[in-house]
Design a protein. Structure first.
Length: 260
């Protein structure tokens, strides 16, 4: 009877989880679930000419059952369709020493001209023999150069339960095939030794002027075939790797419209 009740409880929890994420891509490994979501704005773009876009990526981590905590996140990768062009020519850069340590306000004061995106995070801190403390705060993404190559410095800051700031370095690589630009970051053990991630979101968008011309950090066209007014395409491939070795990934398929 106990086994039957436990099975029914797990089934109900799974149904509730699936219902909550019916409009997003769900990936699971054992009892670990990640909901990936995201897209581009605006959805209406020129057929051939590149236009400024914003890119949004969300990741929500859950464990089936309320007693276990998710394993710590160790790596995250975001690959963008090759139709999206990354442009940093003339865009100011930020140095790590300028924003570590710093509050969000201090980071913006130091590196505001290099800002290329913002986001939020939600997590928890689980110290031995103590109750879990919620962690939440702001993510600021700054254009940077690390080891001579383009990168993003993601400044993560929260004020509860105590003020804390961290830097996550997203290295930018040139991809091949479907996905042309890859943002990848490794999270060292010291960054989240006693904590775990529940949700993270990041919106990348920035326009700027360089040498009298308007530039966009990211731009794209809606390459629909002649005679069609929309196109469906693999927008992004996203993956998360956790401390226990499990890697969860998916490809987000999205649709764009040809601008009238």
């Amino acid at each position: 009877m106990r086994k039957r009740v436990a099975a029914v409880t797990a089934l109900v929890a799974a149904c509730l989880l699936f219902a909550a994420i019916a409009n997003a891509e769900l990936v699971e490994r054992g009892n670990l679930f990640v909901k990936f979501d995201g897209g581009i704005t605006p959805m209406a773009l020129p057929r051939t000419a590149k236009a400024p876009i914003g890119v949004r990526i969300d990741g929500t981590v859950r464990v089936l059952g309320g007693t276990e905590r998710p394993p710590a996140l160790r790596q995250i990768s975001i690959a963008i369709n090759r139709g999206g062009i990354l442009d940093t020519d003339g865009l100011p850069t930020c140095q790590r020493s300028q924003i570590e340590p710093a509050t969000s306000t201090q980071a913006l004061e130091a590196c505001g001209p290099a800002l290329v995106g913002e986001g939020r995070y939600l997590g928890a801190l689980a110290l031995p023999e103590q109750e879990r403390f919620p962690l939440q705060g702001k993510v600021l993404a700054f254009n940077a150069v690390v080891n001579g190559k383009r990168a993003i410095l993601a400044h993560v800051y929260g004020s509860h339960p105590v003020p804390n700031s961290r830097i996550i370095v997203f290295h930018i690589h040139q991809g091949h095939g479907t996905f042309g630009t890859i943002f990848s970051a490794a999270l060292p053990v010291r960054l989240n030794r006693s904590g775990y991630l529940k949700k993270i979101s990041l919106n990348l968008r920035r326009t700027f002027v360089y040498r009298g011309r308007k530039h966009s950090y990211l731009s794209a066209a809606c390459s629909a075939p002649t005679g069609f007014t929309s196109a469906t395409f693999p927008f992004s491939k996203v993956s998360m790797t956790f401390a226990d070795g499990r890697k969860l990934s998916t490809t987000l398929i999205r649709t764009c419209r040809v601008q009238k």
